[in-house]
Design a binder for this molecule. Sequence first.
Ligand SMILES: C[S@@+](CC[C@H](N)C(=O)[O-])C[C@H]1O[C@@H](n2cnc3c(N)ncnc32)[C@H](O)[C@@H]1O
Length: 322
Amino acid sequence: MRQTDSKQASRLELTVLAPPRFDVQEHAIGAAYGSLATGSSLVLGDSLAVMSTLPAESVQTVVTSPPYWSLRDYGIAGQIGLEESVYAFVANLADVFDQVFRVLRPDGTMWLNIGDSYTSGNRGWRAPDKKNPARAMSLRPPTPEGLKDKDLIGVPWRLAFALQDHGWYLRSEVIWHKPNAQPESVRDRPTRDHEHVFLFSRSEKYTYHTDAIQGPGGRRLRTVWDINTKPSRAASGHFATFPEELVGRCVRLTSNPGDLVLDPFLGSGTTALVAGKLGRRFCGIELHPDYVDMARNRLIAAGFVDTTDRENNTERPCIDAV
Ligand SMILES: C[S@@+](CC[C@H](N)C(=O)[O-])C[C@H]1O[C@@H](n2cnc3c(N)ncnc32)[C@H](O)[C@@H]1O
């Protein structure tokens, strides 16, 4: 029988007592990532390229938040999210998630957090936002064909339908309600205070631990999750971090200790951090070297051990842990 959080607490203790270990790798042509058969890695590289080289059916669950369309510029060539059209954005992400489908175990799942956006209303640029400098965009894409200025685009559902077309089972629409959402200056619609988190599975039947997380009052977990956004000190400088509570729910519901948890858009490393704390192994892929460094330092600050083999020069240079 496979190990679960509740049924084999003693083995879980052993897993948790040992500090999680990981290495840091830079993607190169011919990379094999054999260390992921038993260990955890942060990988610097393009998610599609890296995942194409990962072994099939090796990942139990994915928790990820890809860049949102036309909202942020992460300042690195090859990033997803700056496509001229929302249709190209959805197609690019569907290609990335084809690879996720391939590397997932048959009973595996994916939790996908994606935000919506509005058409530009004919404004060609977005003014700098003092609190969030990455939101200043020098160019905003034109209103997508078939939509009008000021339309809410419906990005999450466009992506969900595309993934269904690519063979995924769409199993749940979770509304992540943010009680502490930022105010908006618009005066002709309600202020947005939620995002979508979709649960997809690869097969009709999949690993799901109904009792791993309870809803308020001990009831079965419902589909609206109230979770405050919490800017993490260790992740300051990254603009779109997941709350640990959100990732923790997903990881516990759809994986077991020792399983491999993947985030193909790692950012500041929240999925790796939470997966490691819960005794899971992790693979986090990120295109921007600064964010790989940030994630590494965040893990080290939490007591994780970087086992990268520096003697043999297989690592990429990282700034010192803070
Ligand atoms: C919304 S953020 C993820 C934040 C993350 N959930 C966290 O808690 O920090 C998306 C990340 O995807 C990265 N990214 C964009 N295009 C990528 C690509 N082609 N391959 C890998 N990472 C990419 C960006 O650099 C950014 O850090």
